[in-house]
Design a protein around this ligand. Sequence first.
Ligand code: B12
Ligand code: SF4
Ligand code: SF4
Length: 348
Amino acid sequence: MKRASVSGALFAGPRSTVLTEGWGFHYNECMTTSPSSQAELTRLIKEKAHALGFAKVGIVPAEPFHNGEAAHLQAWLDQGFQADMAWMVTHYDKRKDPGSLMDGTRSIVCVAMNYFTPDAYEASDSQALKIAKYARGTDYHYVVKDRLKDLLAYVQTLYPTVQGRALTDSAPIMEKPLGVRAGLGWMGKNGNIILPGMGSFFFLGELLLDIELDYDTMVVPDQCGSCRRCLEACPTEAIVEPSVVDANRCIAYWTIEYKGEQFPAAIRENLQGWVFGCDICQDVCPWNIKFARPTQEEAFQSRPLTGRPQRDALMALDEEQFREAFRKSPMKRPKLPGLQRNVRMATE
Ligand code: B12
Ligand code: SF4
Ligand code: SF4
């Protein structure tokens, strides 16, 4: 694929008055005029990303990960921390070099979208089961990706020749180290990116673009400090060292990814009612306790069976009811037998 020429052709024209800051610019006006500088285009992309519902945006050049980050991934795989997720082993070279996922990639727009929905686990009904917040509404693979495609379409209204690819955990890519590099947040000891003043209940996504933009260079410093609440709260000791999660011990792995019939006793006895994913290490985090705010995204709101379902309601589902209840939901992943296996593991 031929990459769009940037500083030459894209920004050669005279400065457009419509785009001058403080002149009451509207996006539709941009259809007829293009930004006159790289800085202007960068600013417009970020503004549009915010308007599309992304809470934070950072842009980085499409460079391979440096040795430290690639070595961490290799060490993680060498120790078998990916469990049965064989797809984590393949395409190691692509994971090391996110730009390789689209020919001609020059820039990566990294975004974060809030998915926090408050839960009522402290409420009285001890029989109610627990679903991770990320899975209570429509699958983020649809929502975040569609929104990134809207962002790409917007860039293409400015420059029709620009090529891009929208990603959210939909290709071999290390989204957290990229998010750190783009200044979205820091890598929490709980293994999630934490956005300062916002918490960690955010999906990450990326838009690869074949144009050069102005890049973010400010990395958010680690603000976990001496806190170890997540490590101490994890019931299965899956956080084997700060920021390193062994999937073999993580409830999220067993309830979302594992295909077999039975969980090992060490997992089963510690499920604490979680039947799809697990939020314990995020729920205890002071950054979430203090800063998490309910998402405004309609698509991420809980559905009848994803808020606080009862065992009987999940066990009584037939295939058709399951399909209907979990249409476009992340909870479709283990299929009905997998979900009911989880319920049995948590309650029998
Ligand atoms: C595999 C995977 C999992 C696995 C493994 C979890 C993990 N922490 O890696 C399982 C199934 C367990 C899982 C669970 C969850 N996941 Co997940 N998962 C992924 C996936 C597909 C790949 C992550 C990966 O590459 N892991 C491998 C390790 C090596 O990568 P890493 O953590 O990025 O590695 C860095 C650090 O660990 C560190 N490191 C590694 N070793 C060492 C050693 C030392 C000494 C040091 C200092 C550092 C260090 O350096 C590495 C490279 O820089 C990403 C999507 C993506 N494509 O990136 C989503 C993703 C990470 N998951 C996500 C979510 C939401 C979850 C859950 C919260 C879902 C839930 N509620 O159940 C849980 C959280 C569990 C947890 N505490 O981490 C989000 C996280 C968003 C965020 N704010 O960070 C992502 C980014 C998806 C998305 N697009 O939003 N997940
Ligand atoms: S998601 Fe649950 S099991 Fe996995 S590391 Fe966090 S607290 Fe532990
Ligand atoms: S609970 Fe504490 S150590 Fe864990 S991620 Fe949050 S601030 Fe960091």
